[in-house]
Design a protein around this ligand. Structure first.
Ligand SMILES: Cc1cc2nc3c(=O)[nH]c(=O)nc-3n(C[C@H](O)[C@H](O)[C@H](O)COP(=O)(O)OP(=O)(O)OC[C@H]3O[C@@H](n4cnc5c(N)ncnc54)[C@H](O)[C@@H]3O)c2cc1C
Length: 382
């Protein structure tokens, strides 16, 4: 039998994240959502508690946590606010290419000073012409002596306006498709790098998202991660690591939706009794609980698989895809349980639906997850 119990250390990490989420994040979630405010003071506290650079090895100043520990933390944060969680964990996505593709010298040079202070980093893969087809990047990297010149534009980049470091994917030759993609680390102050206006988003409004433009940006060859053409593999291996915590983020949103719906159902009366006593509402709550339980177990299993040395491509795609679909459905059912009040911004559940939606789109849209799952599955039958 698998052992589903958590160690004392894992329990205490989860408790710490829960306390931070409920006392520091939750009270400000509605206000930040309404004003689309990036709550710098909350993110700074998250950094001070070690919640921002979760995946960076301790030797470089990070928290050095496994994927399961990251998931335990992310679910708790997302229960309070999906948008804040997206911004808090974006460093994990942005720094993973350095962890996976950097030399010891590059890790020391980039990660150690970065983690020593409160900083944001951004992962720059998606472009205006398309995100799913990562092999067709248009951002060019032209070799110029001991430098590369980067030209192009990235879009939908989390935390870009606040970042001090960018991991950037560009092509040395678009005709090579995947084989031309190359990864670079670019500090904010590099001339020719500019960020666009903060996007006005449907959800995750406490997070910040913008374009990043590169116009003749000179990057030393020593800041390239791996060799020319290694970038696609670095990007895909990065997403294999970071996709599972998105399953946890979705699970946290779904759990919040169920918590609100169940509590409301005990207080709201119709036909002379609490709506929790109507079987239609009980079935709703039961179905929500089943989806959340399954999402959490799939997420834990994917995390466990990766922590035990597997790539976990299949498991993480299943977890992210299932949990995000579940979160959207559970949030929808929570609104239905609230009736008309659920549709009002005065109550917390409509935000959960807007926040849940993004989890189906970013870090690989669910259509792409399903093509990955089918590809991995069919391999077993070939
Ligand atoms: C708020 C937010 C934050 C983000 N943060 C980042 C970030 O920090 N860094 C970053 O690089 N990107 C980021 N993204 C981008 C995100 O990863 C992409 O939006 C996503 O990968 C989809 O790409 P796209 O938007 O270009 O859609 P497209 O690739 O244009 O796809 C459009 C639709 O077609 C479907 N589709 C495409 N190809 C196929 C196919 N072969 N089979 C079936 N269906 C297909 C897609 O699933 C989707 O439904 C963010 C996006 C958002 C909205």
């Amino acid at each position: 039998m698998p052992d589903f119990s958590l160690s004392a250390e894992q329990e205490s990490l989860r408790d710490m994240a829960r306390k931070f989420a409920r006392t520091e994040m939750a009270p400000h979630a509605a206000e930040c959502d309404k004003a689309a405010r990036f709550p710098d003071e909350i993110y700074r506290k998250a950094y001070e508690l070690g919640l921002m650079n979760l995946n960076v090895p301790t030797e470089y100043g990070g928290s050095g946590l496994g994927v399961l520990e990251q998931c335990l933390i992310v679910e708790e944060l997302a229960h309070a606010c999906g948008g804040m969680t997206t911004s808090v964990i974006a460093n994990c996505l942005a720094l993973e290419p350095i962890i996976l593709g950097g030399t010891p010298e590059q890790k020391e040079r980039f990660l150690t000073p970065f983690c020593a202070q409160y900083h944001f980093a951004s992962f720059c893969l998606t472009e205006p012409a398309g995100g799913s087809d990562a092999g067709s990047l248009k951002t060019r990297a032209r070799k110029d002596g001991d430098h590369y010149l980067l030209d192009g534009e990235k879009c939908f980049i989390t935390n870009a306006p606040h970042a001090s470091l960018y991991t950037v994917f560009a092509t040395v030759d678009p005709d090579l498709r995947y084989k031309g993609i190359t990864a670079f680390v670019v500090p904010r102050e590099t001339e020719g790098l500019t960020t666009g206006k903060d996007e006005e988003k449907m959800g995750h409004r406490a997070s910040s998202t913008s374009t990043v433009r590169f116009e003749g940006v000179r990057v030393p060859v020593v800041d390239r991660l791996g060799g020319e053409g290694d970038g696609f593999s670095i990007a895909m291996r990065t997403l294999d690591q970071t996709r599972t915590p998105i399953g946890a983020l979705a699970t946290g949103i779904a759990q919040a939706a169920l918590d609100h719906a169940a509590a409301y159902s005990l207080k709201r009366h119709s036909f002379g009794k609490p709506i929790s006593e109507h079987q239609a509402i009980q079935i709703k709550l039961a179905n929500m609980a089943q989806s959340i339980h399954a999402a959490r177990l799939l997420t834990w299993h994917a995390a466990w698989t990766i922590d035990h040395g597997s790539k976990g491509t299949l498991e993480s795609s299943i977890a992210k895809c299932f949990a995000s679909d579940a979160a959207l459905h559970v949030a929808d059912e929570a609104i239905q349980t609230f009736g008309g009040y659920g549709y009002m911004k005065e109550y917390p559940v409509e935000k959960l639906l807007r926040d849940a939606k993004l989890t189906q789109i970013y870090e690989g849209a669910n259509e792409i997850q399903r093509t990955v799952i089918a590809r991995e599955l069919l391999r077993q039958y070939a």
